[in-house]
Design a protein around this ligand. Sequence first.
Ligand SMILES: [Zn+2]
Ligand SMILES: [Zn+2]
Length: 319
Amino acid sequence: MPIRSLIKLGGLLVALSWFGPQFVFAFEPPTALERVNALGSLETAPAVLQRLLTPDADFAPLRTPGYGDWLASHPERGQTFGGYCTVGFNRPNSSRNVIYLLPLGEFPPDTSPPLEDLRAYAEAYFQLSVKILTAVPIDEKKFTPRINDYTQKRQLLSMGILAYLKTQLPSDAYCLLGVTMDDLYPAPAWNYVFGQASLSGRVGIYSFARYDPAFFGKERPDDYRQIILQRSCKVLAHETTHMFGLPHCIYFECLANGSNNLDEADICPHHLCPVCLRKLHFNVQFNPVTRYEELAKFYRTHNWDDEALWTDRQLAKAK
Ligand SMILES: [Zn+2]
Ligand SMILES: [Zn+2]
């Protein structure tokens, strides 16, 4: 079972996946009071934000993790909104406020998420300008390829890509995110990695290779393009929340939840819970109604009916 982890290594925040033993410990989901305390007092927040951040039936409390789930094997304590406000994180400003996407290698239309859709989703999600840079071919001399023993497919060394991305950072970039359909590995001893980022370097690299059922030799269902797009949008948004300094969420079912595998990631909702939305809002200072309007439009365009209806309910609360 592939295991995905987020750990700190010498200033790098890295999302890792590997084969190995799991440590099992009893994780107790926070109580209702602990969730309220994590959110903090909303008294001084604008009225619209108060309505949008009030925990209600649209925000399910975190379920008790089952065997193999992320929190069953990773001792995370969570971070309150108050805790977020007291730690340092990258913040967009007037001169650095664009999220750049840099495609590395080919994005074949039948197996890849459309880049323009990823761009539009990230722009709505983070309420910052998102631009796609000209695709760069895979340079095998730079990125140290190997053939994975399990899949017999090519993988690229993510550390090498991060070093390259740091040399490509545009002057107005909040961050530069490499995206690729090639599989990645972070070090020779590791099996694979979904993505890796350097927060201090403001760069990240994310692979969508494993979101196609055919990667594992499975038959593609009729809606596989939809599945690839949903998974890719979700991982792009999840990993980008880390760029904004958000750690994993342990309070609600939330996009910022850690996940150990594709099944758990698929259960994760696309939305942020009140605690995490409050953090992102504190950082970016967007208009939350505009954000939900743009997300609802995206969801409707792509027939993501459940997400569109959920977002419509938030917009109704804001009125
Ligand atoms: Zn993560
Ligand atoms: Zn959350």
